[in-house]
Design a protein around this ligand. Structure first.
Ligand code: GTP
Ligand code: MG
Length: 249
């Protein structure tokens, strides 16, 4: 079965053509699904034009900027409809280089989810500002400690999922719609007992265009982690009550 490479876009007209061509030139069978949120710079029309020339390119259009998380879900659903698997997700701005896609997919032989990680040996960042590095490190340390996540890069959107993993999760129940969706989805994958592996990647700063991450996303991510951590604590307490027949309080 060909793989689906899901790419959410908002104002990525300077990147998307090169990226789609780079993916289609890889020595693997893959389709590209771009989820565009009515980008003012015409990314959506560009993808439509690509799709008329190349049947392995698909466009999903949404009416407005509805967030990274829901864009990932829309792309995953489109992959299900097209019968594609496994499902890879990545950013459009070349921070996630297509050369890593075959390695991510190969890792699914032993794992159910694969992450392109900056924090395993061999991984790292290039041209990434010190502020962004600190933010990324703090966000990962917080998510790992508060949620018991075992992966080293919990905020990375460069992943490959076996299709049954995504079908086993209730994607509609995911409450984060923005960047923290990535933490929530990883939390659900680990809680369901799916095997999660990582390969090193070098994350480069975006080649063109502007970042869409805002301060609000940082507050939302903190809220997501605290909310999931509370849920995790409640589940642990319930499990303990079930075992002992008494309340742990
Ligand atoms: N469809 C959709 N795509 C989005 C939205 N927000 C961000 N994206 C895309 O999601 C990917 C990640 O966004 P970026 O702005 O690169 O975020 P980032 O990588 O954390 O920030 P930089 O390092 O500054 O690039 C890019 O492909 C964006 O175009 C959104 O609301 N809707
Ligand atoms: Mg980026």
């Amino acid at each position: 079965m060909p793989a689906a490479v899901v790419i959410p876009t908002y104002n990525e007209s300077d990147n998307i053509r090169n990226l789609a061509e780079g993916i289609l030139a890889l020595p693997i069978r893959a389709h590209v699904i771009v989820v565009d949120d009515n980008s003012p710079d015409g990314t959506g029309a560009l993808v439509d034009a690509l799709a008329t020339q190349e049947p392995r390119v698909h466009a999903v259009h949404r009416p407005a900027k509805l967030g990274l998380g829901t864009a990932h879900i829309a792309g995953m659903r489109q992959a299900f409809l097209l019968g594609l698997e496994p499902i890879v997700t990545m950013d459009a701005d070349f921070s996630h280089h297509p050369r890593y896609i075959p390695g991510l997919i190969a890792g699914l032989d032993q794992n159910d989810v694969m992450i392109g990680s900056r924090y395993v040996p061999g991984g790292g960042t290039r041209f990434f500002s010190i502020q962004r590095q600190i933010l990324s490190n703090v966000a990962n340390a917080f998510a790992r400690t508060a949620l018991g996540l075992r992966a080293t890069d919990c905020t990375a959107g460069f992943r490959a999922y076996r299709r049954p993993v995504l079908e086993s999760l209730n994607l509609d129940s995911i409450f984060s719609n923005g960047y923290s969706f990535l933490i929530e989805l990883l939390f659900l994958c680990q809680r369901h007992g799916w095997r999660i592996g990582e390969i090193p990647i070098i994350y480069e700063d975006r080649r063109a265009g502007k970042s869409k991450i805002s301060k609000a996303e940082i507050y939302k991510a903190t809220y997501t982690v605290l909310r999931l951590s509370w849920r995790r604590g409640r589940m642990k307490a319930q499990a303990l009550r079930g075992r002992t027949g008494t309340t742990p309080y």
